[in-house]
Write a protein that binds this ligand. Structure first.
Ligand SMILES: [Zn+2]
Length: 283
């Protein structure tokens, strides 16, 4: 139940509201009961002939009122504490974002150098938020890892973002299609030269994915190749989400492809080929 409530903000809000209302109603009932008792005490006192008894009754009523008052204060404090505790249990908002391309051509220098946002004097518009600038921010938010699985990678700003993460010691794994590593402007060589681990898919079909997982928690996926044409000219889409049910399968698929395309695997298979040839020759 607690897991369900944590996963569903709407359900958590309803639970909190119900609990708040229940406690308030209980407090009202209790106060009403106590008031009746106090009023009943008045009638008893009026019916008694002896003034001493009346004084005792009045004293009792005063104490009853004090106890009721203290009880209400305690109840109010308990209620506040309960509400505070339940609010702490409420899950945070899960990030979900959709971006569409082509993206307007603007300067993104300030995203790479946030400490000096007015340092660029190029002719492009500055300080404009676009789909591309939002994508860059999401990628640059990585603090521990970036797993990138992309068919074509030639966008220099995206390459700069990956290199910036590499210089911050973020663990980066890049998986790409072997036929597209050598296209004009491909940045795969630049990444490799910088010491970033890149593996090429060796299957007979295209490795046509375009997704990235940031810090094992944020998924960036959609139709967008990491190329200048895709960003500036094509109609593309990107979904950015922290939904664990969506992120998890992509992590699993990346790990599967990463292991399947381990160069050590196909080096072993190449090593085996001469052995087979020798065996046949000997036959
Ligand atoms: Zn600029």
């Amino acid at each position: 139940m607690r897991k369900k409530v944590q996963q569903d903000p709407a359900l958590a809000n309803v639970c909190v509201k119900l609990l708040e209302d229940s406690v308030r109603i209980a407090a009202c009932h209790w106060l009403s009961d106590m008031s009746v008792k106090v009023t009943g005490g008045d009638e008893t006192a009026s019916d008694t002939a002896s003034s001493r008894v009346v004084a005792t009754e009045a004293n009792t009523e005063m104490w009853t009122v004090k106890v009721v008052g203290l009880g209400l204060v305690a109840l109010s404090l308990t209620l506040e504490l309960l509400v505070w505790f339940l609010r702490r249990l409420r899950p945070g908002r899960t990030l979900n974002e959709v971006l569409f391309f082509p993206s307007e051509m603007v300067c993104v220098e300030h995203i790479f150098t946030p400490s000096s946002p007015y340092s660029c004097f190029c002719s492009m518009p500055h300080g404009v938020e676009t789909s591309f600038s939002r994508l860059l921010r999401r990628i640059l938010s990585a603090t521990s890892s970036l797993d990138l699985c992309v068919f074509a990678f030639s966008n220099m700003d995206l390459c700069r973002a990956v290199l910036a993460l590499h210089s911050r010691r973020v663990t980066i794994r890049v998986l790409t299609d072997k036929d597209y590593t050598a296209i004009t402007g491909s940045q795969i060589g630049v990444l490799r030269k910088a010491g970033i681990c890149v593996r090429c898919d060796v299957a007979s079909v295209y490795m046509h994915h375009k997704f990235a997982v940031v810090d094992g928690r944020l998924l960036i996926t959609g139709s967008l190749n990491w190329t200048l044409t895709a960003v500036q000219s094509n109609m593309e889409n990107i979904l950015i989400t922290e939904e664990p049910e969506l992120v998890r399968p992509f992590i699993k698929e990346f790990d599967r492809l990463w292991v399947n395309n381990d160069p050590a695997r196909y080096h072993r298979s190449l090593d085996q080929k001469p052995a087979l040839v020798i065996a046949r020759t000997n036959d």
